[in-house]
Ligand binder design. Structure first.
Ligand code: BTN
Length: 322
């Protein structure tokens, strides 16, 4: 590990107090000059570090730079050894995960995290605006045959949405809602989107891997987003919460939602936080627009709506608006 990385690890583990240059030097068996140089190169990378001649070094409270050490420090012990890949900038964490599936021997539950995406992707071929330094862009790589039973692909996104909702609720006092299938809303605005993609074996038609991408507007200035999403987009804007902390909580909740929680429990939480149930929704079918009352979400994750004439219709995917 590079000197600056060892220093960063120490600073992340001691966020609430100063560590003296001497203590760092002794503990890491390095010279005071090496510590000073390491701290400077971290500052050049954008870490905000307070230095005091008497007290030493400390990460500034305002430092919200994502780092693997900062994430790992906030993870529960059982998850501390998962693989986390961090990128300052990448086209898309989902696209990068796909590339890595061909070139690397990825572990199940590898997480990719980026500070910026230059070609972030949303559902239906849409772009996902991913400005630098203010959002969370992350992807999980799962090999479904290892642990869980994939009965319906929509349920993957539903489990992921429940994980994000639980994470936000645990870390803030806010009450997020889920707009079927994959959007998380806060105070009527979209703050998070989820894109799940599967890679299946052509011959056996078996799903080999799943990539679940999550994009959150954390402290995002809405005017920095693509024009076409500004009207519906919002941002979490939670004071005293760091991106590393929320990323870690999402990882913890994602693990629970995929490996520990029964489908019934997942669907209950999903429905309890639904943004659509009980509302009149509009949707498109065979190039025609319809209005209907959203009445339920069934066990496969489909949205059940009641048409004006009383007909019950099951929607398995698609854009629905209120
Ligand atoms: C949507 O709103 O339609 C889904 C948006 C999903 C965005 C996330 S950000 C991390 C991952 N990488 C991507 O390119 N997309 C997903």
């Amino acid at each position: 590990m590079k000197t600056k990385d060892i220093i960063l690890k120490k600073l992340e583990e001691n966020r609430d107090k100063y560590i003296s240059g001497e203590e760092l030097a002794n503990e890491l068996s390095l010279s005071r000059t090496a510590i000073w140089k390491g701290v400077n190169s971290l500052k050049e990378e954008g870490y905000i570090i307070k230095s005091s001649t008497n007290k030493g070094y400390k990460l500034d409270e305002k430092n919200d730079k994502i780092s693997t050490f900062g994430i790992v420090h906030n993870l529960t012990t059982n998850l501390k050894d998962i693989d986390i890949l961090y990128y300052d900038s990448i086209d898309s964490t989902n696209t990068e995960a796909k590339r890595l599936l061909y070139t690397e021997d990825l572990k199940n539950f590898t997480v990719l995290v980026a500070d910026e995406q230059t070609e972030g992707r949303g559902r239906r071929g849409k772009n996902f605006s991913s400005p630098k330094g203010t959002g969370i862009y992350m992807s999980f790589v799962l090999f479904p045959d290892s642990d869980f039973n994939l009965s319906s692909f929509d349920l993957v996104t539903i489990r992921a949405a429940v994980a994000v909702v639980n994470a936000i609720k645990n870390k803030t006092n806010q009450n997020p809602e889920i707009k079927w299938v994959n959007d998380i809303f806060l105070k009527g605005k979209k703050i998070c989107g989820i894109l799940s993609e599967a890679d299946s074996d052509f011959e056996s038609r078996q799903i080999k891997s799943i990539i679940v991408g999550i994009g959150i507007n954390f402290t995002t200035d809405i005017s920095s987003l693509d024009e076409n999403v500004r009207l519906v987009a919002g941002s979490l804007n939670e004071k005293n919460l760091l991106r590393n902390e929320l990323i870690a909580e999402i990882i913890v909740q994602f693990h629970k939602a995929f490996y520990k929680m029964e489908e019934a429990e997942i669907l209950k939480i999903y429905k309890d936080h639904s943004f659509l149930l009980g509302k009149i929704v509009t949707f498109e079918r065979n190039s025609k627009n319809y209005e209907a009352l959203a009445i339920d979400i069934n066990d496969s994750g489909n949205l059940i709506v009641k048409m004006e004439d009383g007909e019950i219709v099951t929607l398995s995917s698609g854009e629905v608006s209120v």
